[in-house]
Design a binder for this molecule. Structure first.
Ligand SMILES: Nc1ncnc2c1ncn2[C@@H]1O[C@H](COP(=O)(O)OP(=O)(O)OP(=O)(O)O)[C@@H](O)[C@H]1O
Ligand SMILES: [Mg+2]
Length: 431
């Protein structure tokens, strides 16, 4: 048994008989803010100091590259979004699998250092190597990832005990694009789980990860998958590039060609964002949030919010459902000294989820999301830059410069007070 005193609440984390799936219940109430489940790995972040003009020059055979001390952190949606939510001060329960090797121990120990309770729901896959990602960070060149998915290939929805649902306010899943069983069944098992979560008034949230055009994930019919899963998703928070790749691979290739090595989001305009989000809303998601890299975050909502979202909020007066309907807004990034962008998307998702659970309106929520994302890029690893929720709110309230937006937003209005852009359709039910 581990006891954790956080926000004045004492939670009991009891391990199941098999030593793996613990259940948190205190007087039958929801003691966990967010269960974060799915992809977990160890991030080994290597910053290269040797100069190189291109990736080809960097990885030329026979070169000895000089690097800085490696930054180790738990990664994947579980390691990043889970740890970010915990650093913001939420009560978090993680569900993921590690191997029984030194990498697995390192993954667990990174999480334990952030919150000892974070390791309670991890399962050790006996005899298997752990998942890891080597992030090669060369100066002035985009990052290169070496990824071993390990036990994530066996992650099924059975890992997530149904007994957890009555104990939590939100369930965040990432990333089905990298979790073989969750994509291979066309989304059936995930949709079943998320529908049950919604039935129990748990807010459902889903993030994705980019996959390679040559990988097995590219053979999934993602439109069929999204049509099945999104009706059970309250908050869908992929990056724009991930969303476009799933909806229309050839359109993705066109935009990629246009932007070359630039941010994918800089190859589109406001009307493009609307078309992507509208398709995701038609598939059934309630809130579509598209992360735009250094261009910030775009949020589009439909005509109604599920009951779970309205009942799960607290602290700042509860969520005003009407203010969340028919919204179309874009929040630029906050200006920071960029040290490393690894995991910034996951931290942005954590900020948005925390804002939703705190009952904030959409404008404040996108500000918080980009603020948490900005804190994340101030450190080389994913989450150590993320500060407690109150500090993020104070930093915002003190005034924080925002970057310009390079995405053409014809007809959109910029609100100088909040720094948020609103489309001509924002707040309009039938346009
Ligand atoms: N240079 C930057 N300055 C401030 N904030 C940033 C910067 N770059 C990214 N962010 C924040 O991080 C988020 C990352 O968005 P991105 O589209 O890269 O998500 P992602 O692809 O899911 O990222 P990840 O690599 O973590 O999976 C943005 O929405 C923004 O809030
Ligand atoms: Mg991401």
């Amino acid at each position: 048994m581990l006891a954790d005193i956080q926000n004045g609440i004492t939670c009991q984390y009891s391990r199941g008989g098999d030593g793996t799936k613990g259940v948190i219940m205190v007087n039958g109430e929801r003691q966990v803010d967010v269960v974060v489940a799915g992809h977990l790995c160890l991030d080994i972040i290597v910053t290269v100091t040797s100069p190189a003009e291109s990736a080809t020059e960097l990885l030329a055979p026979g070169r000895l590259l000089l690097v800085e001390p490696a930054a180790l952190s738990a990664g994947g949606a579980v390691g990043n979004t889970g740890a970010a939510l915990r650093r913001l001060g939420l009560a978090v329960r993680l569900v993921g699998i590690v191997g029984d090797d030194a990498w697995g121990e390192a993954t667990a120990s990174c999480l334990h250092a952030i919150g000892p309770e974070l390791t309670a729901g991890l399962r050790v896959a006996r005899g298997q190597g752990s998942a890891y990602t080597v992030v090669i960070n060369p100066p002035g060149i985009d990052r290169i990832f070496l990824h071993y998915s390990g036990p994530n290939d066996a992650f099924t929805t059975d890992e997530i005990s149904l007994a957890l649902l009555p104990t939590c306010r939100a369930l965040h899943i990432g990333y089905p694009t990298l979790l073989k069983p969750l994509r291979a069944d066309g989304g059936t098992s995930l949709a079943t789980l998320l529908a049950e979560a919604q039935r129990q008034n748990v807010v459902t949230s889903l993030d994705m990860a980019l996959f390679d055009a040559q990988s097995e994930a590219s053979r999934t019919d993602w439109n069929v998958w999204l049509a099945r899963v999104l009706p059970t998703v309250d908050l869908f928070v992929p990056s724009l590039e991930e969303a476009v790749l799933m909806l229309d691979p050839s359109l993705h290739a066109d935009v990629k060609r246009r932007v070359a090595h630039d941010n994918f989001s800089c190859g589109v305009d406001g009307a493009f964002l609307s078309r992507v989000a509208d398709q995701l809303l038609r598939y059934g998601a309630r809130i579509v949030a598209l992360k735009l890299g250094d261009q910030g975050i775009y949020v589009r909502t439909g005509s109604s919010l599920p009951a779970s979202l309205l009942t799960a909020t607290r602290d700042e007066g509860g969520m005003d459902g009407d203010r969340w309907c028919h919204r179309e807004i874009l929040a630029p990034c906050y200006v920071v000294h960029v040290v490393g962008t690894t995991g910034s998307g996951d931290c942005t998702a954590a900020g948005l989820l925390a804002a939703l659970l705190n009952g904030l309106d959409p404008i404040a929520a996108v500000q918080c999301a980009t603020a948490v994302g900005a804190c994340s890029v101030e450190a080389a690893d994913s989450t150590s830059g993320v500060r407690p929720w109150g500090d993020v709110r104070r930093r915002l309230a003190a005034g924080w410069a925002q970057s310009g937006v390079r995405i053409p937003l014809v007809g959109w209005q910029h609100d100088a007070a909040t720094g948020v852009w609103c489309s001509p359709r924002d707040g309009q039910p039938n346009r």
